[in-house]
Design a protein around this ligand. Sequence first.
Ligand code: MOS
Length: 725
Amino acid sequence: MKFDTPATTNPIDQMKVVGKPIPRIDGYLKVTGQAKYAYEWHDASTPYAYGYPVGASIARGRITSMDIAAAEKAPGVLAVVTTLAVGERKKGKFNTAKLFGGDEVQHYHQAIAVVVAETFEQARAAAALVKVDYAEEKGAFDLKEAMKTADKPADSQQPDTSVGDFDAAIGSAAITLDEAYSTPDQSHAMMEPHASIAAWNGDEVTVWTSSQMIDWWRADLATTLDIDKEKIHLMSPFIGGGFGGKLFLRSDAVLAVLGAQAAKRPVKVALPRPFMINNTTHRPATIQRIRIGAERDGKITAIAHESWSGDQPGGQLEAAVAQTRLLYAGANRMTAMRLATLNLPEGNAMRAPGEAPGLMALEIAMDEMAEKLGLDPIEFRILNDTQVDPEKPERPFSHRNLIGCLKLGAETFGWSNRGKPGARREGNWLIGQGVAVAFRNNMMLPSGARVRLDRQGIATVETDMTDIGTGSYTIIAQTAAEMLGLPMDRVAVQLGDSRFPVSAGSGGQFGANSSTSGVYAACVKLREAVAAKLGFNSDDVVFENGEVRSGNRSVPLTEAVGDEGLVGEDTMTWGDLTQTHQQSTFGAHFVEVGVDVATGESRVRRMLAVCAAGRILNPITARSQVIGAMTMGVGGALSEELAVDTRRGFFVNHDLAGYEVAVHADIPHQDVIFMDETDPMSSPMKAKGVGELGLCGVSAAIANAIYNASGVRVRHYPLTLDKLI
Ligand code: MOS
């Protein structure tokens, strides 16, 4: 099914199941420990062996020799596979740095060997015996230095945009701002590490892994190891957090497959926590410059956003200017992004890439600009709202209720109690409030599903969609239940298996809307099959209460499908509605903080998010997504930072003691309000992404609240106490 005209009324609009606050159907499995994560597939009759990775101890250069004699002789060791022995390998489509193979070292802790032994402890002990000699080369590790020679990326990433005459407009603007901001390297720091089990059977291999994107991994694993894709069976039904770090194939899967081949045993490989930070991807640091010019009445006439980030040669920009192209009106505008070559570990997508770090800067700049203009920050934003793409005024937003979010949020949060900077004090705490806009684009990816309806009246949905803790199982079941007129307990959902139709996967907040649309399409096919079998006119057929009706005829579904049951399978694809209409999601984040007057310590006291993201498929799972994202925003504002050793070229704080994510004690009461809306341009579900929206803007709202509390404007994240005193 191709979605290329705005959705009209369809069975989802009944909202008997979709839109209801149904607890996660996989919740019981998770809280009772029965949900099997990648490393936990285990049956007593299988002689699993354990692989432990060895990482490069230089950041750039070549391996001249590897001595594995001692490791091979160590107790329990079954095999040692080295990068030199396997030789050069192709890179997968989605990896910038290579994962394994050959003598070149591109970054610190690049995997260079896997030691396989009877037990995990034996593998770990033997891995420490591998001796490696390198010819080390000088690398670039400091973004501030490397940005001087930064350039446009070679490929099709769009680095520059320009509309009107920015230079002239900023030159003649009554009020102007020109400031620099920075965001540090950050790590996904998901709970479950990258982990895989590989088991060969003849020339076929089954890999249980932790992947957001089954088909991308499968294809890249095939390329990297030169295996026929059809010979790889990938399983990832449960994932303990991904945050973008599991979008792309990682070394654990490669090492498990090679280790299992060498040891002739099924092999488990989990990346040790200290290994993950430098072996896998991270969110690259940015240095951003924002210039805004406005008339005295507050109307923006000029806006420019430039961003510098670094990556391995041939790598990715951190698209930090993305939101600035679309968020506020202004006739004269420009954006530019430059990529510096860095020999740090590969940078890539993390927790709303682009908009999340971009809004960390833009929404402080907007707060600063409002102050210069003597306007309330909410008033200033409302004044510069736009209902059309500011770069292409003939292109409207499909639906945009940012103003509604700001107004409802202000009223709910008690924004009118906000005082002047430094004016409100309770004991040792200076109290402040901050606001920032949330913005994240609404992407769609093709998504397939198969739905079987059996003689018992059970519908089983199969798709390779993943659930990274987001609630995919539940919203997919709700979709099928609504479409087929079944209660939730008559629907089973199977995910994360490469034998199922290829889905959108989980990323870029496209998963929920895309994958449920794929299930919708498959259910339409199934409904047609049922109608055809009964000789019903599929236009007036109704699926309700376990029955299928047409005119005055009514047949129980169990009878309708017959002994063999019926199957519907389809893939939702997308027409050009995203070209004719800009599809984005909007929100407003409100934060109250306390800043200790003596120590400069900041504490978040209250948070509210108001989100406008189309139809909310399940208010419980959506709320959980948003409060999780808000929590990440607290980490991003106050503590999360990978410390770069600019001499040796690695991230120093490579564990969860040194890399500080927000913990329960850091998080106050959080409120989330969803605007009651649908977006018929987005899909038959009329839903949009919402998970990443919950993060976008949060850190800036905290920075603005800290300014309001203390009078200190910090433009460089994280906002640690040393920057306040
Ligand atoms: Mo997300 S960072 O696209 O998983």
